[in-house]
Design a protein around this ligand. Structure first.
Ligand SMILES: Nc1ncnc2c1ncn2[C@@H]1O[C@H](COP(=O)(O)OP(=O)(O)OP(=O)(O)O)[C@@H](O)[C@H]1O
Ligand SMILES: [Mg+2]
Length: 274
């Protein structure tokens, strides 16, 4: 199986830093937004962090961090910054050569920072690439953001609309499952897979309750933990150009920002990274 090959080739990696991967195979669920907020949340807790951006087309998190640097220069303010690298997909024509190049580039990115940081945060693209598979195979913690809808839920598995019986697992879940099996077979600590609900609407809504029940059914079958993430808030869309996160905003702020900070802190607690 491709996943297994990936892992066995990178077996010597044995990173001393904790590898936190933001991944799924659906665009726009909040991987990069969550990644940036988690990076700043970790740095806020005194941790040294490196970021590896595997989405070399959009480079969302790398650009977010560039915006942060620009903000620091413009405003003359000192903010904490992570180390950043972007790993581009190989363009080699032959698959095996492409995979080897991807692997070597990923390994080099990890080796560059491994001894210097406590956490390596890897932001994956919203589609299935070999680099993304490598990242999944290396994840100590995998965070999969999911928006509050049954369309997004399909990314994990199909659940019957009436009794929430799990009908089948998604291709993505199977891929994560393979990664885990290999991890356990090679004596590594289990990967902690956390499905994070992002862009939450009101908790009382009918849809929310239904998604909750469906996730409970899937959770038992696939063994992930699912935790609430960030609510749908305009502020999360507005912060990107300044490179700031909710944790960088002045403490005396609107009630909504206080609540946003709180939800991010509870997410970090729930991920059990510290
Ligand atoms: N909690 C939230 N509230 C409001 N908007 C959000 C929230 N989380 C993310 N967004 C917005 O949703 C959009 C997609 O987010 P983001 O780019 O983080 O997703 P992604 O999973 O990284 O996407 P891709 O798969 O394309 O890399 C962005 O416009 C972002 O500002
Ligand atoms: Mg992204």
């Amino acid at each position: 199986m491709e996943q297994t090959k990936v892992k066995s080739k990178m077996e010597n990696n044995k990173s001393s830093a904790h590898i936190l991967v933001l991944g799924n195979e659906k665009g726009g669920t909040g991987k990069s937004t969550l990644a940036m907020h988690l990076v700043v949340g970790l740095m806020d807790n005194g941790k040294k962090v490196a970021v590896i951006d595997l989405d070399a087309r959009q480079k969302s998190i790398a650009r977010y961090i560039e915006n942060r640097q620009a903000y620091m220069q413009r405003e003359g303010k000192a903010l904490q910054l992570p180390l950043v690298s972007v790993v581009k997909q190989s363009q080699a024509k032959v698959t095996s050569q492409r995979q080897e190049e991807d692997q070597a580039n990923m390994q080099a990115a990890l080796d560059n920072v491994n001894q210097q940081v406590d956490f390596i945060v890897i932001d994956c693209p919203g589609n299935d690439t070999y680099l993304s598979r490598l990242a999944h195979a290396l994840a100590d913690t995998l965070v999969t953001p999911l928006n509050d809808s049954f369309v997004d839920l399909d990314l994990i598995g199909e659940v019957a609309a009436t009794d929430y019986q799990v009908k089948q697992l998604s291709y993505y879940s199977e891929m994560v499952w393979d990664s885990r099996k290999f991890r356990s077979a090679s004596g590594q600590a289990p990967m902690d897979w956390v499905v994070v609900r992002n862009r939450l609407a009101s908790l009382d809504s009918r849809n929310n309750k239904r998604v909750h029940r469906a996730l409970e059914a899937l959770q038992k079958r696939i063994m992930f933990r699912y935790v609430p993430g960030l609510y749908e808030r305009v502020i999360y869309k507005e912060l990107f150009p300044s490179g700031l996160t909710i944790l960088d905003l002045p403490k005396t702020n609107s009630l909504s920002n206080v609540a946003a900070r709180q939800e991010l802190r509870s997410l970090i607690d729930n991920l059990k990274l510290l």
